[in-house]
Write a protein that binds this ligand. Sequence first.
Ligand code: NAD
Ligand code: DAU
Length: 362
Amino acid sequence: MSAVLVTGGAGFIGTNFVRHLRRLRPHWPLINLDLLTYAGNPENLQDLAGDSFYTFVRGDIADRDTVASLFDRHPIRLVVHLAAETHVDRSILDPERFVRTNVVGTYNLLETARRAWKDLPEAAGCRFLHVSTDEVYGSLGPDDPPCTEASPYAPSSPYSATKAAADWLARSYFRTYGFPVIITNCSNNYGPYQFPEKLIPFVLCQALEGKPVPIYGTGANIRDWLFVEDHCDALLKVLETGAVGETYNIGGNQERTNLDLVRLLLRLLADLRPGLGDLESLITFVPDRPGHDWRYALNTEKISRMLGWRPQVALEEGLVRTIAWYLDHQEWLARVRTGEYRRYLEAQYGRAVSKPRLTTGS
Ligand code: NAD
Ligand code: DAU
C-alpha cells in the first residue's frame, strides 16, 4: 500500500497534522521525517510508538542519502512538506540554517520525489504538498485588499525570502517537469504544541511567571489568526482534492493588531486562571523587529469555492482551547524551555523579559 511522507512532523503544525491523519486516515502508512531541531519534539507523538502504520525517522531533509533511502525503502506516493526553520526573529539573528533547510532541503525533496515518480503512471496518484506561508506576499498597508494567490511575492525577512524561494522552486517543477506539486500559503497558526518562542505561547509563559510581555514597536502590526486544527483540515482537503499545479491560500479571516490579540489573550488567561494579578500591567513595549511586516491578510475565496473549506474555530474559542492546553501541559513547557531556549531569549530580548514583575506566577 502506498505511503505518505510527512516532513517536520515533530514540530507544531506537523504534530497536529500527524495526529489529524492518524485519526482520519488510520490505514495510511505514514513516515514522519524530522531532524528534531530545537523546534521538534519526539515526546509529542510518543503515544504513536505502537502504531504499526506509523514510522518515525530522525533525519535532515537537506541530506540526499537520507531522503533517497526513504524513497527506496517505502512506496511513497504522497508528500506533505512541513519541515522548515520557521521563526522570523531567529532568521534575523542567524539566516544560514534557513537557507539550508528551507531552500536546499525543499530542492532535495522535490528532486528525489521527481526521480522516484517520473516513470510511475498517473494512476499512482502522486502528489507533493508544499506548505508555505502568507509572509511570502510581504507587508500590506491598512487599506490594501487581502492577497490572492495571484498577488506578487515581496518577502521581507530571511525566513520569508527562503520560503518564497522554495515556493518558486516547487512551481518550477510543475511548469518544467509536470511534477505534481500543490502549494498552500497559510496565515498565523496557533494552538497546542506551538514552541514558546512564537507570540501566543510566549505571552502565556511570561504571564504565568509574572514576567514582562514584550510587544514589538507600537503593537499596531496586524496578523490573521487560524486555529491549527483548521489548518490541518485544509491541508488534508488540498492533498486529496486540490488540483496539481495550483496554489491555495488558507487563512482564518480573523485579523487583529498584536496589542489587541495580547490583551484578549491575557483577559482569557485571567478568566481561566484567577489570581495571577494585573496581567495587562506586564505589557512592555520593546524595540521593533527589523523589517517588521505591518500587516498580512489573505483572500481565501479560492479554497472555499473550489474545495469547500472554511475555518470552523472562532478566535476566542481557539484561544480558550489553546490556553487550556498549555495550562494542562506545564511539564511539557518546562521540558522544552531548555538552556538553548534561554540563550535564545537572552540574544533576542536581552534582559527585558527575564525578571518577574508580579509575584503570583506559577
Ligand atoms: P516548527 O518550527 O514548529 O516545526 C518545524 C519542524 O521541522 C520541527 O519539528 C523541526 O525539527 C523540523 N525541521 C527543521 N529543519 C529540518 C530539517 N533540515 N530536516 C528535517 N526536519 C527539520 O514549524 P511550524 O510552525 O509547525 O511550521 C511548519 C510549516 O508550516 C513550515 O513550513 C512553515 O513555514 C509553515 N507555516 C507555518 C505557519 C505558522 O504560523 N506556524 C503559518 C504558515 C505556514
Ligand atoms: O504568517 C505566518 C507566519 O506566522 C509563519 O510563516 C511563521 O512561521 C510564524 O512564525 C508566524 O510568523 P510571525 O512573525 O507573524 O509570528 P510571531 O509569533 O513571531 O509574531 C507574531 C507577531 O507578534 C509579529 O507581528 C511579531 C509580534 N511579536 C512577536 C514576538 C515573539 C511581538 O510583538 N513580540 C514578541 O515577543
